[in-house]
Design a protein. Structure first.
Length: 214
């Protein structure tokens, strides 16, 4: 078991405009590159045991500065990838909002199967199994970084908070934000979600480290 940081990739030109999904060649823009560099500078002093990333470029590019500063390799984990939105990938948000299925996505995601893609239920099961495998391959006090995507992180956080899947859209996960899972043998907790103030993160992590060392 382990302490896992779930880190969303940095800004890119598709955020809020198009559904990137698993489309190739979606790269960080200048703001996203700056976010990745800032994350790396702040996190470089923490005792990471491993760095995992979704194979998509925007996640890998966010993970790379930290890996370089820590002189660590990035373990590519396909199951940390974004949801497979199937035929919806690449479409504008404006267009998708006109579709009847958009209401299902927003109000009853547990019932949503993306055309030629994944369901939210299937995606959540994939992601949870991935995190369980990562956690079980490390010691209880190990700190692990996992770079992933907004919906993927929301599905994970909602699962470990024991929230109904239909409520997962209520969780905000900003670009370059940090959420955490403390997966202990006899206790599971979600110490913080969507931290975008790095100084706040360091305070939270120090407190969490004290608790896990008791």
């Amino acid at each position: 078991m382990a302490v896992i940081l779930l880190i969303r990739h940095g800004e890119n030109d598709w955020v809020g405009k198009r559904l990137a999904g698993r489309m190739p060649d979606v790269h960080l823009n200048k703001k996203g590159q700056d976010q990745a560099s800032q994350l790396a500078e702040i996190l470089k002093t923490l005792p990471f045991k491993a760095i995992y990333s979704s194979p998509l470029e925007r996640a890998m590019e966010t993970a790379q500065p930290l890996a370089q500063l820590k002189d660590m390799e990035i373990s590519i984990c396909a199951n940390l990838s974004e949801i497979n939105f199937g035929d919806w990938q690449g479409k504008t948000i404006k267009h998708l909002r006109r579709l009847k299925l958009w209401k299902t996505v927003q109000n009853n995601p547990s019932q949503m199967q993306f055309p030629n893609g994944e369901s939210f239920v299937g995606a959540q099961n994939r992601l949870v199994e991935c995190i369980k495998q990562i956690s079980e391959s490390h010691e209880e006090t190990d700190l692990i970084a996992c770079f992933s995507h907004s919906d993927s992180i929301r599905l994970l956080v909602s699962y470990y908070l024991d929230m109904p899947l239909d409520s997962f859209q209520r969780i905000n996960i900003n670009t370059a934000s940090i959420s955490s899972l403390a997966l202990m043998k006899d206790h599971i907790s979600v110490p913080f979600i969507n931290l975008i103030d790095i100084r706040q993160f360091l305070t939270q992590f120090t407190e969490m480290e004290k608790k896990t060392s008791k």
